[in-house]
Each structure stands twice: as C-alpha cells, then as structure tokens.
Design a protein around this ligand. Structure first.
Ligand SMILES: Cc1cc2nc3c(=O)[nH]c(=O)nc-3n(C[C@H](O)[C@H](O)[C@H](O)COP(=O)(O)OP(=O)(O)OC[C@H]3O[C@@H](n4cnc5c(N)ncnc54)[C@H](O)[C@@H]3O)c2cc1C
Ligand SMILES: NC(=O)C1=CN([C@@H]2O[C@H](COP(=O)(O)OP(=O)(O)OC[C@H]3O[C@@H](n4cnc5c(N)ncnc54)[C@H](OP(=O)(O)O)[C@@H]3O)[C@@H](O)[C@H]2O)C=CC1
Ligand SMILES: CC(C)=CCC[C@@H](C)[C@H]1CC[C@@]2(C)C3=C(CC[C@]12C)[C@@]1(C)CC[C@H](O)C(C)(C)[C@@H]1CC3
Length: 499
C-alpha cells in the first residue's frame, strides 16, 4: 500500500487518533495564544479601528483600478467558516481582507457594544459578562463571528423574545463598492440598514456593528420537561414561547418521533437557597444533549441552576451531537476525566485537516441543515423529516419573525412565531440521497418557511427569490452600484458555489 493511501486510510478510519492526539493539543495551544490576544484587546482603541477601516478602503480602491470586473468577497478562508461546505467562489472572486476582530467600545449609557465583525462569540461573551453585560441573542458556538451572523443569520433560545441576531443590532458601518464608508441605522440610511442582514456580504463590507446589551445575571434557572407525542410538544412549545414574562430561553430537543425534552429558562442572580449549581461547562461534565436525554429516563420534570456562560455555550463541546461521529467515546467518563479538558476541538482545525475521502463520505452519508418554519407546523414537519431522514436528536428553537422589507421577514404584517428545526447527523433511512434536500426545501417553501443558507441550496434562482424577498435588496444593489462589484446572494449559496 502506498504511504499516501495508508495515511488516508488511517485518517478516515481512525480519525479520532489524529483528533485526540494532535488536533486537540493544537487547539489548546491556540487557546494559550488567545490569552495573549486578550491582552492585545485592551489596547484596541477607536484609533486602531480607523486604521483598520482605511486598510479595507485601500484594498477596494486598489481592486477598482486593477480588476474592476472581478466581483469581491471577503478573504476569510473557507476552513475558518462555520459551515461544512467549501466556498468555491472564493477562488475566482477578488478577496478583500476584512479581518478586523476587536471590540471598539462598550457604552453602558446607550447599552451598546461596538465591535468589529471578525470578533467571535467565544471572545465577546466572556468579556461582556465580566463587565456585567451580555447580548440578547448569544449564540451557542464559540467560533461564530458577528459579521457572519449579521450577513448570514443567527438565532438562539432567546430568539422567541428578541428575534434573529441582527434584530439586536442597531448600527452598521459598511464600506461600499467605491470604497466609501456609510453608516446605517434605523434613522440613517434606513433602507440599507434593513437590507444588510442575510445579504451574505453582497452589498458591501461590514467594518463595525453596534449590538444592544442587557444586564447579565449569574445563572440560568433551567426547567426540563419530558414530553410524549409531537402534538403535545407543539402545543406546549406554543404556550411557553408566549410566556415572555417567565421564559428568557426556550428550546426543545426531540429524541425520537414520540419523545422530547422542552427546556425553559430564566436569567437570575439566584438567592442564598441555591444548593446545587450544575456547572455544565466543566470539562468532565457529560455532553449537554446526553444530560438532557437523561430526563427521558426518569420522566420527571427537572430544574437546576446553570452559570450563564456555561448555558450559552452548552452545545459547543459536542458541536451539538456532531463530535460523536469523530470521537465516538468522547462522552465516556474515562475519556472526559482524562482528556476532556482538551475539548472542544476547534472546528477550523477539523475542517482544515479533513481529507477528501472524509469530505465525500460526509457529502454522501451525512445531513446538516436548518429549516425555519411556522411554529404550528412542528408536528407536520417533524413527521416529514422522520420519513425522509430519520435523524435524531432534532434541535428546535423558536424565533419571532417581524414584518419588514429585508430578505427574510414575516410574510404577514404582524410578528409571527417560527421555529428553527436543525437536523445534524447520519440519515437512518435505506434510500438516502443528498439531492433529497431539494424536496425538503420545496416542502419548506410551501409552508412559507425559510432555510438557513450556510449549508447551501438546491433551489433554483426563481424558487430562491420566492423564499426570500428581493424587492428592497435589488433596489439597494442598484443604488450602491453592486452589479459588477459584488455577486448576488444566490451566487454564493447555490450548490455549485458551496461544494
Ligand atoms: C460521513 C462519515 C464521516 C466520518 N467521520 C469520521 C470522523 O470524523 N472520525 C472518525 O474517526 N471516523 C469517521 N468516519 C469513519 C466511520 O466512523 C467508520 O469508522 C468508517 O466508515 C468505516 O466503517 P465501516 O467501513 O466498517 O462501515 P460501517 O461503519 O458499517 O458503515 C456503514 C455505512 O455507513 C456509513 N457511515 C459510517 N459511519 C458514518 C458516519 N459517521 N456518518 C455517516 N455515515 C456513516 C458508511 O459510509 C457506510 O456506508 C466517518 C465515516 C463517514 C461515512
Ligand atoms: N445558531 C446559529 O444561528 C448558527 C448559525 N450558523 C451560520 O454560520 C454563519 C456564520 O458563520 P461565520 O463563520 O461566522 O461566518 P462566515 O465566514 O461563514 O460568513 C458568512 C457570510 O457573511 C459574510 N461576511 C462575514 N463577514 C463580513 C464582513 N465583514 N463584510 C461583509 N460580509 C461579511 C461572508 O462573506 P464572504 O462570502 O464574502 O466571505 C459570508 O457570505 C452564518 O451563515 C450562520 O447562519 C452556523 C451555526 C450556528
Ligand atoms: C442554526 C444552528 C444552531 C446550526 C448549527 C450548525 C452546526 C451543527 C454545524 C455548524 C458547523 C458544522 C457544519 C461543522 C461540522 C458539523 C456541524 C456543524 C458544527 C463538522 C464538525 C462535521 C465534521 C466535518 O469533517 C467538519 C470538521 C468539516 C465539520 C465542520 C463544520
């Protein structure tokens, strides 16, 4: 056997050896480096932000002279991005380095934090919590960036209250195709402000985002409620998402077509009576989805206090449940106590080191996608996903969609409650074919639903335009002369662009 193919064989069949003994130690070294970076942050000033801004403007003006016909995208490499796909378009578009990742200011008076778009949730949240603040929609994976969440989309278990991530943003700095800086908010360039979310970097480059802040409390008091039957899950979820007074967080994990655990949480500083705090973020603690599943064994309603940061990043260690395919024994107590402190594996490193064979295996035998559907179609949709995919657990996260003119909004003139249904894993059906995704997308379209685009789409351009409202977007593209300078969203998310 050639040494190359032996290596390939080992990397595919014993990927955990490579991950546990090489990739995880590298991740830890990366974390040590980030401690140095933290000290750099304290030196990040508004002045430095101005310098970073001019750096982006210079590159755009240079491109305008050198290659005016080549459309632009960010230079963030595919392997750093939180998606399984490779962005093929990065190869032929003009790459602009927008790697700005500092915190510009934290303003307690206006309750906003101004950040550069490359900062990750994993860096921002601990800094805010230390200063007594947090953001209304804090995403559960450390490596997601603010820029990616505004330009793509983001939601979390507090979205039933606050909506999608971008709805908590109050101001954007955008550098347009000619290199000009424009400020957008509800009162300044309001139409551009509304068009930016979900535009995938096709209107300009973000250089700063203002996000609302809310006071952070110490814990989340989380209630776990096992539920039998999809009907009951749907009706209980509707009740809990409407109870904004008592529920800061709502999330449902479905473990099979008849059983799930509904979680509702409230941010609290607790009181002296708290006897037990479950610090689920500690390295030796079980994976969160396994912990939640344990409530199905006892079939009792449970309640516990979880430190705020541990709650936010609850799905980060097992990457929801994806890491079990890579380190199958990762939740075993022996592994957790001996090597659990090395976790979680850095997604970027996992991506960078996956071989072509692993990539093809994932493409053929694995499904990763999120659909956003009206809350009242939970039962119907889960039944459909069960028949076509049979993947469990299923992540269900409610989010309110508001009326508007941007690419994704409530189809009505009032707020509507939707749910994100996340399906991640190996389909357990006999005739699985990846192109089945197209049928699911059409199913979602008929229900007036949407799809998260990080995973790409099989929809054709007309169907895509039916799913996402392009009226204002088209107009803004014209006003900002985007045509020969930036691709359209569809050019970045169709299956040929994301392979
Ligand atoms: C998509 C995929 C991703 C993998 N990722 C990793 C990894 O990250 N780390 C690692 O150490 N090993 C990974 N493996 C290797 C895997 O766990 C098995 O060790 C390998 O497939 C050899 O199994 P087998 O030939 O005995 O077939 P079996 O394990 O009996 O598999 C039967 C069928 O199921 C498919 N299959 C097996 N495992 C998976 C899976 N995890 N997801 C989807 N389909 C699957 C196989 O392609 C095969 O067609 C992956 C395999 C696949 C297919
Ligand atoms: N809980 C959740 O909601 C989760 C969401 N996600 C998805 O992950 C993605 C975010 O991942 P992340 O790795 O952070 O981001 P990505 O690198 O994937 O970027 C997403 C998009 O945003 C654009 N973009 C990013 N920064 C800028 C900028 N400064 N100016 C202009 N455009 C920019 C990128 O443009 P370009 O193509 O030019 O690089 C790209 O099209 C989102 O699409 C989100 O939907 C994933 C997991 C969880
Ligand atoms: C809306 C929400 C909550 C989405 C969650 C999406 C996650 C489940 C996705 C985001 C990035 C993601 C696609 C990823 C992977 C699994 C699913 C993830 C974690 C993995 C780790 C699977 C194994 C792959 O070999 C590889 C390492 C390339 C990817 C990396 C990205």
């Amino acid at each position: 056997m050639r040494s190359e193919s032996l290596l390939e064989y080992l990397l595919v069949n014993f990927r955990w050896v490579f991950v546990v003994f090489f990739l995880l130690p590298c991740t830890v070294l990366g974390k040590i480096w980030s401690v140095f970076e933290k000290s750099l942050w304290s030196r990040h000033t508004g002045l430095e932000h101005e310098k970073n801004l001019s750096h982006v403007q210079r590159q755009i003006r240079h491109r305008n002279k050198l290659a005016p016909d080549q459309v632009m995208c960010t230079a963030r490499p595919s392997w750093r991005s939180m998606t399984i796909a490779d962005m093929a378009y990065k190869k032929y578009m003009f790459n602009i380095d927008v790697h700005l990742d500092g915190i510009v200011s934290i303003n307690a008076k206006t309750r906003t934090v101004r950040v550069e778009p490359g900062i990750t949730m994993g860096r921002l949240i601990p800094i805010l919590i230390e200063s007594g603040w947090t953001v209304p929609v804090a995403l559960d994976m450390e490596d997601l960036t603010i820029g990616g969440l505004v330009m793509g989309t983001g939601l979390e278990s507090s979205s039933h209250k606050f909506g999608l991530f971008h709805e908590t943003c109050t101001r954007y700095e955008l550098i347009t195709a000619n290199g000009d800086l424009i400020i957008c908010s509800k009162s300044e360039n309001a139409d551009i402000f509304e068009s930016i979310p979900y535009s995938y970097g096709t209107l300009g480059f973000l250089t700063a985002v203002d996000i609302q802040m809310i006071p952070a409390k110490k814990y989340v008091k989380l209630k776990y409620r096992p539920i039998r039957t999809l009907e009951k899950m749907e009706s209980r979820l509707i009740v809990e998402t409407n109870d904004l007074e008592n529920n800061d967080f709502v999330e449902l994990l479905i473990y099979n077509k008849d059983e799930g655990v509904l979680m509702t949480g409230k941010m609290t500083d607790g009181n002296r009576d708290i006897k037990y705090v479950n610090r689920i973020g500690r390295f030796y603690k079980p994976w969160f989805f396994k912990h939640v599943e344990s409530f199905l064994m006892t079939w009792k309603i449970g309640e516990e206090y979880i430190p705020l940061k541990d709650y936010y990043f609850r799905h980060n260690k097992p990457l929801f449940w994806e890491i079990q395919d890579i380190i199958p024994f990762g939740n075993h107590p022996v592994f957790r106590y001996l090597l659990g402190w090395l976790m979680p594996a850095k997604v970027a490193l996992l991506k960078l080191t996956q071989t072509d064979t692993i990539k093809q295996l994932y493409a053929k035998h694995h499904f990763i996608d999120d659909f956003i559907l009206p809350i009242s179609s939970l039962k119907k949709s889960v039944q459909q996903f069960h028949a076509i995919l049979n993947i469990y657990p299923i992540w269900v996260c409610p989010t309110v969609l508001r009326p508007g003119k941007g690419l994704m909004h409530s189809p009505a003139t009032v707020n509507n409650m939707y749910i994100d249904i996340g399906l991640y894993g190996e389909p357990k059906v006999s005739k699985y074919n990846p192109t089945i995704l197209r049928d699911l997308e059409i199913f979602v379209l008929k229900l007036k639903g949407f799809k998260m685009m990080y995973a790409g789409t099989y929809l054709n351009i007309d169907e895509f335009r039916t799913m996402f409202d392009h009226r204002l977007y088209d107009q803004i593209r014209q006003n900002l002369s985007c045509k020969s300078n930036f691709p359209e969203v569809y050019d970045k998310v169709n299956r040929e662009a994301r392979i």
